[in-house]
Design a protein around this ligand. Structure first.
Ligand code: 5GP
Ligand code: ZN
Length: 114
């Protein structure tokens, strides 16, 4: 996807603060953080929304969740707590149509979310 922001970040065509990279995903700092720790775990493959997932993506999404938990642990938030969010389509607030897992931590969070 040549016009996708996160595909460009994955290909290093747009700069980002990368905190993790492997063959399947990267994790970057969110440019507009909503908590003291706000990272985005982004698959290298272009998948527009969770509606586009197939069984072929099951392992990938599982690894994204485990990576978020591992990064949260590295930052000392495993026991204190953290929030992980995928937004999907308009009413959720999705603005970048390449799936990404938000990892937020470092402040108390309310429920239900806004
Ligand atoms: P969404 O609203 O789609 O769930 O989340 C998109 C996220 O991407 C937002 O939290 C927004 O701050 C972040 N974002 C948008 N553009 C950029 C960018 O160019 N670089 C980085 N690092 N984050 C971005
Ligand atoms: Zn993309």
């Amino acid at each position: 996807m040549s016009d996708c922001l996160f595909c460009k970040i994955v290909k290093r065509q747009i700069p980002a603060k990368v905190v993790h990279e492997d063959d399947k995903m990267i994790a970057i700092e969110d440019v507009n953080p909503q908590a003291p720790l706000h990272l985005l775990v982004i698959p290298k493959a272009h998948i527009a929304t969770l509606n586009d997932l197939t069984g072929e993506h099951d392992a990938l999404v599982g690894e994204m969740m485990r990576r978020a938990a591992a990064i949260a642990r590295q930052h000392g938030y495993a026991d204190r707590g953290f929030r992980t969010v995928f937004n999907t389509n308009r009413e959720s607030g999705q603005t970048v149509f390449h799936i990404h897992l938000h990892l937020l931590a470092g402040r108390p969070m309310t429920w239900p979310p806004g």
